[in-house]
Structure formats: C-alpha cells, structure tokens
Design a protein around this ligand. Structure first.
Ligand code: ALL
Length: 364
C-alpha cells in the first residue's frame, strides 16, 4: 500500500510540476510550501486539483507508513535456555519495545543451555520464514556465525545481543553485525572485587565457569582472574565449568568442597550456577562459610542474598538488551544509522542494596 501511494505521489508531483510550471510562467515552483491562493486562481484550477490530491495522498501516506508498514516488520528474537529466567526478562523487554514501535516480535528459545544445534535450527526456521531481522543471544559464539551469515546474505538484518559472537569466526565468514550488551569482563571484575573484599583478601577461592569457548563465559573468567591474581592472600584452587546450569553446578561444587574443605569464596559466572553452588554448600553444612557472588540478578538470587546464603550478584539488564536489540533492528530497517555497539549498564546487587535501595525485607 505504501509503495503504491509513493508511486502515485511521484506521478502527481511530476504532473503538478508541469502544470504549475506553465501557469507560473515556467518558474517550476513546486508545492513544497503550497500557496492555497493558487487553488482559487482560474488558470491554476487543474494544478489546484492535483495539489489537493497530493495533499490527500501525503496525509494518507503518513498514516499508513507508521502503522501498516512498521507492523509489517517481523523481528525474530532468538534466545537461549527457556529454563533461565534471565531470558524471560529479555523477552519482556523486547515485547514492550516491539509494541511501542509497532513491529511484530517472534520470540524463540531452546530447552537447555547447551542446545547449540537447536538454536542453529531456530535461525534456519526464521530464514525460511523470511523475517526482516533476527535479534540473537547466541548459545555459541562460534557455532552460530555461519547460519547468521546465511541469514544476512538472504537479506535478513542480524543484531547480536548479550553474548558477543567470536571476532575471528566473524572475520572468517566476512560477517559483521551490531552488538548490544554489557561489558562482561568489567561485570566479573566488579563481582570479584566485592567477593575478595568480603573474604578480607585472604583464603581459597574457586570459579564456576560458563560454557568454555563462549565469549561472555571467557570474558567473565578473564575479569575474575585479573582481580584475584594480584592479591597475594587469595589462592585459586579450582576453576571448572558447570555449563551455566544449576544441577551441574551442584555436582561440581560438591566435588570442589570435598577436595578443598577450606574454600572461602566462589565466583559463579551466572546465578543459575550460584543456586546450585548454594545448594551444595547447604548440603555440606557450609552455608555462610563460603561467600558466593554471581551474575544476572535473578529473583531466586535476590532471595538467597536476603537470606544470607549468597553475597552479591550483577545486574546486566537483559530487558534492555531485548529492547535495544529490537530498536536497533527497527532503526536499520527504517534506513536510519545504527551504532556498532550499544552498551547496557552493570549494577552490583548485595544485601545493602536490596534492603536500603530497593526497600526489600532482609531475612538474615
Ligand atoms: C548469558 C547471559 C547470562 C546467562 C547465560 C546463560 O549469555 O549473559 O548471564 O545466565 O547466558 O545462558
């Protein structure tokens, strides 16, 4: 409809140029700022009629362009594990923004954190559906690049959110796209600083890592190491993956506790793993003896902090990742320039913050 109106408008404009051009003595004055007195002049009556039609079409076009055309954008939101409430927040943010912008959001998730092939399959489905854009939090920083490159070559705009795609894999595929998310290394530094301070800069420490090789998991590990390495009183005794998952974190932490009964601190690369670690501490009768910090600010983590089972977590605003991702896609589709990197903020959430700033009731 919009295309049809644009064409019609152009034809009428050309016609008006001719008519007005002759009636105004060949000046070629266009109705950029139409003088309505012209419409009453007998010699410009045909031009006046054409101008009226142009105005009508212009008004109709404005009405249609924001509504019908924006709605016709279909933007896919491809996330990771549906079991992780982090992605529920991401989807909520994206939905609210999509409604505001008048675009159709198509959200999709996989079952487990390690379902990389399934996530590739989701992107393939959206290529078949010929969506206008794909906003994706990739489960693997390398594994998703080829299929996203394919989507892009088929004219689908890609926005990477949350977990950055691997730079080398992108280079290899000659693929680029904008990124929306937090500074993962900085977030890990903030969480680890808090943890080390809580430990009085003394004692054995461990880390539960995300999926190895995944960019944000690696950046969080680098942030953790950069903070503990210069502290002489802190001894790293274990750094193992639990693949972002609670159950695995329970098992890994139980084993670490058996091997290192003097453990005093654990940094978990996300809250779901922290919940597993806390459960292992409880099972081993060590709640309160080992400080735990993590990443995501899930509701269950806030509960654990208020109960004194966990020390702190990092808020990285997944709702904004979803919202900004949709906005970047819409802006690009509208022909507007977009930033290569849109940063989401980081906040340290601890007991003081929850009780004093958020006004929540402390339980410890
Ligand atoms: C990352 C997020 C989260 C999350 C994890 C699990 O990309 O930033 O911290 O818990 O994915 O998939």
């Amino acid at each position: 409809m919009k295309r049809f109106l644009i064409k019609l408008l152009h034809r009428l404009e050309a016609c008006a140029t001719r008519l007005l051009g002759s009636s105004l003595g060949g000046t070629g004055i266009l109705p950029v700022c139409p003088d309505f007195r012209l419409l009453r002049h007998p010699s410009t009556r045909p031009a006046g009629l054409v101008l009226a039609i142009i105005l009508f079409c212009g008004i109709a076009l404005c009405g249609f362009s924001n509504e019908a055309d924006a709605k016709s954008y279909r933007i896919a939101l491809v996330m990771k594990a549906v079991t992780n409430p982090f992605f529920h927040a991401m989807e909520e943010g994206a939905k609210t923004e999509a409604e505001k912008l008048g675009v159709t959001l198509l959200p999709a998730s996989v079952e487990r954190e390690t379902d990389i092939d399934r996530q590739i399959g989701l992107v393939e489905d959206f290529i078949v559906k010929q969506v206008d854009a794909i906003v994706i939090a990739p489960a693997s920083s390398q594994g998703l690049v080829p299929v996203l490159k394919r989507a892009q070559s088929e004219g689908i705009y890609v926005v990477n959110i949350d977990n950055p795609l691997d730079k080398d894999a992108m280079k290899q595929q000659e693929f680029t796209c904008p990124f929306v998310g937090s500074d993962n290394q900085l977030g890990a530094c903030i969480a680890t600083h808090a943890l080390v301070a809580k430990m009085g800069a003394v004692g054995e420490i461990a880390m539960l890592e995300g999926i190895p090789g995944v960019t944000n998991a690696e950046l969080r590990k680098a942030g953790f190491l950069s903070v503990i390495q210069p502290v002489p009183g802190i001894k790293l005794v274990a750094s193992q993956t639990a693949n972002w998952e609670t159950e695995q974190a329970f098992n890994v932490t139980s084993n670490i506790l058996t091997a290192h009964p003097n453990l005093r601190g654990i940094f978990c690369a996300n809250d779901n793993m922290a919940l597993g670690a806390i459960a292992a501490l409880e099972a081993g009768g060590k709640t309160g003896e080992v400080a735990v910090t993590a990443y995501d600010n899930l509701e269950a983590a806030r509960e654990a902090i208020l109960e004194g089972k966990m020390f702190a977590t990092i808020e990285q605003h997944p709702e904004r990742m979803g919202a900004y991702g949709v906005r970047v896609a819409k802006d690009h589709l509208d022909g507007k320039p977009v930033e290569d990197y849109t940063r989401t903020p980081l906040d340290l959430i601890d007991y003081q913050y929850l009780v004093k700033v958020m006004g929540m009731a402390g339980k410890k």
